[in-house]
Structures are given as C-alpha cells and as structure tokens.
Design a binder for this molecule. Structure first.
Ligand code: ADP
Ligand code: MG
Length: 399
C-alpha cells in the first residue's frame, strides 16, 4: 500500500512551556518540544517521570497549568479531546467483547458517520495482518493479536497524531520484539506521527527516529538513538540508555581540539566536541564495549586512553559477548564488554589488566561529579542489564 493512501499525513506536535502541577505535586516541570510531522518519536523514561501525564495533556484529558499545545500549527490547548486529531492506544486494549473484530475496528467510523466503514476496517485489519480473523470475537484472539486490533482501531480513524502509552507492556518478551518491528513498519506505511511512550530503552532505540529521554518531569536529552548512545549529555542518560563507565577528575590541559582530564593519575584525552564542560572538575565516561583489555601497558597503542592496573573480579559469558568487571584501586569497578570473536577468555579471573580505548569514544557529561568521585550504581541500569541478559538467554535457547 503506497504511503499516504490509507491515512492522511501526520501533523507536527509542539509543546510550548508546558507545566503540569497536581495538588501537592509537579508532574511536568518545563516541557518544550517539537515533533515533526510523520516521525516516530519515543518518550523514554523511568516510571513516574511524567510520560503518561504528557500524553494525557496532548490528548486533552488533562489541562496544562501553563503553556500551549499546537497540533499541525493549531492551538488546541483549550479544546476538548474529541476536537483534537488524536488517538491513543493504551496498554490495556479494551475491545468490546460482544462485537466481532471487524465491528470493533469499524465502531469509531460508524459513530462519526464516515463513509465505507466496513471497507476501511478491512483495510486497517490487513495492515496489522489480521483480516482473516475479522469475524472472530476478541476472546478468541491471543493477547498480541488483540493488541494489533487495538492498533488497527486507532489507525483506522486516521488521526494526525497517534499516541501510544506503553502499548506493548503487557506482552511477553518475544511477542514484544515482534510487535516493535511491526509497529515501526506500520508507521512507515501510513506516514502518521507516532508518539510512543515507554520505559524500555531497547524498545525506544529500535523503533524511534527521535528519542527524548525524560527524567523527573523534564527532558534530559533528545536526539537520534545513535547520538544518545554514542554521546550522552548527562549521567542519567549515560546510565539509563545502556551502561557507562564514569570517572571524575580535573581538566588539566586544553588544546582547543582536545581536553586532558586527570583520572587516577592517568591523562584521559577527550575531543572538545564531545565535552559538555571543558574546565574544572568533570565527569568523564566511556561505553563498556569500547574498552579493550591488556596484560601490560606496552601493548596499548600510543594516543589511546588507558586506566590501570586493575584486577579482573568477574567474567560472565553471555553468548555474543563476555562481560568483565575490572576493579581499579581508587576508581572502582570498570565494566568491559568483549565480543566473542576469539575462542576462550581474553583475560581470566584474578588477572592483572589495563583497560584502554580510543580517545574518540570518550565523553564528558554536563553533571557536576559527586564530591567523592564515586558514582553509585543506578537501579535502572541494573534493571536494564537484567533485561538484556534475559533476552540474550532467550535468543540462545532459540538458536
Ligand atoms: N491526577 C494526579 N494527581 C496527583 N499526582 C499525579 C496525578 N497523575 C499523575 N501524578 C503523578 O505525576 C507523576 C508522573 O506520573 P505519570 O505521568 O503517570 O508517569 P509515567 O507515565 O512516566 O510513569 C507521578 O509521580 C504520579 O504519581
Ligand atoms: Mg505511564
């Protein structure tokens, strides 16, 4: 189906100076956001950070305390929900149990007296590959199929803006992965603007063109998944999206193109273009897969950043890669991911090693480092690591 034939094109969404206070609680501190028409946008953040509140404001189910909401250039801040070109898909996909799948999807069209409701409903069901089940009732469908019906029911209304509030949260891991890919291809096909809310970083990264990372009612950073991952701007983003090794130290030199930061007696070089701050005491970071292990500093290429020596305190094999924990006195634990391209471990438990990496992979964050230079383990990062492990185990089982 060519793009744009089935649904009208999407509209852009602008949030200007949005604040939302509930009695005794400020859910949205300050939100300024532009989502281009036709994009797949993800709002990513931990539970309670204000994602659902943001969607409810856009849908008109809540009124902002301050600020304006514009859809396709039109100020809708004071309009009723049904006057907005918006549809929402929630995690609980309440379908009408007594109606067939087809009637569920056609329902909104009939109510709005849109012509050809049956043909349009069939078309929407073909889009989610469920037209062959059109005559069934919801109870005769699996959870994943019901979720796809909920999606068809929203898309059939041709909303300029489709809001998805953790729509895959109730599905099991494998089905969720499958639906992620499907949602993405449906969005590309219909060309509507999708705003997808999730607390699952993997989900946001695989689906969205642009991800906004939200924390405590604010957007910490917004950009393509690649930029957010390769160049996080804050400690929160560096830990919420994947894992990071973070260190603290004073900037000791600045040449214009690079800055040199003293970390545990070693000079760590950072391209100035990758530094949110270029003077004073700063937070330096590098992703675990960028690191390599070395038995002696002599094997480290000149110009590379290095830290050590440290001791390998944990080696855990997880299929595609091995995770090493390296304890460096004064710096804490460094996490290293090594791809399993060679057989056998690169370093064994208890070995003394140096870690090294290309200076171009280093970043300096906007945050003030903690006074003692130690970064506490982030609960979200732990949860994400556990999820990643679970997923890899599933994939191993399937292989
Ligand atoms: N009607 C309300 N009254 C008071 N506080 C609320 C209300 N709705 C949400 N909140 C609070 O606002 C914060 C953000 O909630 P929510 O937007 O649902 O977060 P998320 O969807 O990111 O998990 C939470 O602390 C929540 O308890
Ligand atoms: Mg929510």
């Amino acid at each position: 189906m060519p793009k744009g034939v089935f649904a009208e094109s999407g509209a852009d969404l602008r949030l200007e100076g949005i604040k939302k206070r509930f009695p005794g609680f400020t859910a949205i501190e300050e939100l300024d956001l532009t989502i281009p028409a036709g994009s797949f946008f993800a709002l990513l953040g931990p539970s309670g950070c204000g994602k659902t509140t943001t969607l409810r404001l856009v849908a008109g189910l809540e009124e902002p305390t301050e600020g304006r909401i514009l859809i396709g250039g039109q100020d809708v801040t004071r309009t009723k929900p049904f006057q907005r070109p918006v549809n929402t898909v929630f995690q609980s996909y309440a379908l009408f149990p007594h109606m067939t799948i087809l009637e569920n999807v056609a329902f909104g069209l009939r109510r709005r007296r849109i012509g050809d409701p049956v043909a349009k409903a069939h078309e929407a069901l073909r889009l989610v590959e469920l037209d062959h089940l059109a005559a069934r009732r919801p109870a005769q469908l699996s959870g994943g199929q019901q979720q796809r019906v909920a999606l068809a029911r929203a898309v059939v209304n041709r909303p300029a803006l489709l809001l998805l509030d953790e729509p895959l949260g109730a599905l099991d891991l494998k089905l969720r992965r499958q639906m992620q890919l499907e949602l993405k291809s449906i969005q590309t096909e219909v060309g509507l603007t999708f705003v997808h809310v999730t607390h699952d970083q993997e989900e946001a990264m695989t689906m969205a063109d642009t991800v906004a990372v939200m924390n405590k009612g604010r957007i910490e950073q917004m950009g393509s998944p690649e930029i957010l991952y390769e160049l996080p701007a804050t400690v929160f983003v560096a830990n919420f999206l994947g894992q990071s090794n973070l260190f603290a130290g004073p900037v000791q030199e600045s040449s214009g193109e690079t800055i040199g930061v003293d970390v545990g007696g070693e000079r760590i070089q950072v391209p100035t273009s990758r530094a949110q701050r270029t003077s004073g005491y700063v937070t330096v970071g590098v992703r675990p897969e960028k690191l390599t292990l070395h038995e002696t500093p002599e094997t480290i290429p000149s110009g590379a950043n290095r830290l050590g020596p440290g001791r390998v305190t944990d080696v855990s094999f997880s299929g595609v890669s091995t995770q090493y924990l390296v304890e460096v006195p004064g710096l804490g634990t460094i996490v290293v991911f090594a791809q399993n391209t060679t057989s056998g471990p690169v370093a064994s438990l208890g070995a003394e090693v140096w870690v090294a990496w290309d200076a171009g992979h280093t970043f300096v964050l906007a945050d003030e480092p903690p006074a003692d230079g130690r970064f506490s383990d982030d609960a979200d990062t732990q949860a994400i690591a556990a999820q990643a492990r679970e997923r890899m185990l599933t994939e191993l089982e399937e292989a």
